[in-house]
Design a protein around this ligand. Structure first.
Ligand SMILES: C[S@@+](CC[C@H](N)C(=O)[O-])C[C@H]1O[C@@H](n2cnc3c(N)ncnc32)[C@H](O)[C@@H]1O
Length: 235
C-alpha cells in the first residue's frame, strides 16, 4: 500500500498541498476532462449529487453547471476552506467534513454521486464504493476518477509506493466486489505525456420501485457542527 493510502497522512499532505492545489491541478486534471466526465454523468437540473473528496471544489464547480443541489464532502478542512471561499460555507453547496469510507448519510439520499481524484488516498476503496452504492438511489450513476496505472515498470514501482494507481482489470475487481454489475471505464489525459486518469461510470443496481419516494431523504445538518444528522435506523 502506498504511503498516502492512509487517512491521517493524506490529511497532513493536503494541509500543505491545499495552498497550491488549484495552480498545479490543471496539468493533470483539467476543465476539458472534467466537462467530458460530466457529460457521461448526464445530470438533470434538480438532481441531488454528492461530491466525495470535493477538495477545493474543482469538480463541485462543474457539477453546479448542471444542477443546483450539490453536496460536497472531504476529510481535509484545509481543502474545504478553499472551496468555501469560492462558493460560501452555507450558500450554494452543502459541505460536510467526513470520510469516503463511512459516509454520514442515510440510504438512497442522492440521485447520483461524483468523486474525482480521491480514490487513490483511500485505504479500503471497495468499502467506499459500497458506501456510494448505499447512499445513491438504485438506477443512479456513480462516477469515480482515479489515476491510471502507468506502463513502465519503473513508474509502476514509484506509483505503488505513493498511492493507488489502477488499470481497468483492477477497476473491474473493485467495482464488482463492491456490488456493481454495470460499469464502463474511460481513459482520459490532459495532454500527451501527462499522467492518465481512469474514469469509471457505474449504475447503482437494484429496483427503483424499492425506493421510498414518499420520504424526502433530506440531508439534515446540525447548524452548530456542520455535520449531517443521520437517522441511525436507516443508515
Ligand atoms: C486530488 S484532490 C481532488 C479534489 C477534487 N475532487 C478535484 O476534482 O479537484 C483529493 C481530495 O480527496 C480528499 N480525501 C482523501 N481521502 C479522503 C477520505 N478518506 N475521505 C474524504 N476525502 C478524502 C483529500 O482531502 C483531497 O481534498
Amino acid at each position: 500500500m502506498g504511503i498516502l493510502e492512509n487517512k491521517a497522512r493524506a490529511r497532513l499532505f493536503y494541509k500543505y498541498l491545499s495552498k497550491i492545489y488549484d495552480r498545479i491541478n490543471p496539468f493533470i486534471w483539467n476543465e476539458e476532462m472534467r466537462d467530458e466526465a460530466l457529460e457521461w454523468l448526464a445530470l438533470e437540473q434538480d438532481d441531488r449529487v454528492l461530491d466525495v473528496g470535493c477538495g477545493t471544489g474543482f469538480g463541485t464547480e462543474g457539477l453546479l453547471q448542471h444542477t443546483d443541489d450539490v453536496h460536497g464532502l472531504d476529510q481535509s478542512i484545509h481543502q474545504m476552506q478553499k472551496a468555501w471561499k469560492k462558493f460560501g460555507k452555507h450558500d450554494r453547496v452543502r459541505f460536510y467534513r467526513g470520510d469516503a469510507e463511512r459516509l454520514p448519510f442515510a440510504d438512497n439520499t442522492f440521485d447520483h454521486l461524483w468523486s474525482s481524484g480521491s480514490i487513490e488516498y483511500w485505504p479500503n476503496p471497495v468499502d467506499a464504493l459500497e458506501e456510494f452504492r448505499r447512499v445513491t438511489k438504485p438506477g443512479g450513476r456513480v462516477l469515480v476518477v482515479g489515476p491510471d496505472y502507468p506502463n513502465s515498470v519503473v513508474m509502476q514501482k514509484l506509483a505503488d509506493a505513493i498511492m493507488l494507481f489502477y488499470d481497468e482489470e483492477e477497476g473491474d475487481r473493485m467495482f464488482s466486489e463492491a456490488g456493481y454489475t454495470e460499469f464502463d471505464h474511460y481513459i482520459q489525459q490532459a495532454s500527451p505525456g501527462s499522467p492518465k486518469a481512469i474514469t469509471t461510470i457505474a449504475t447503482v443496481p437494484g429496483d427503483t420501485a424499492d425506493v421510498d419516494t414518499t420520504a424526502e431523504n433530506e440531508v439534515i445538518v446540525d447548524d452548530a457542527t456542520d455535520e449531517p444528522v443521520v437517522d441511525e435506523s436507516t443508515a
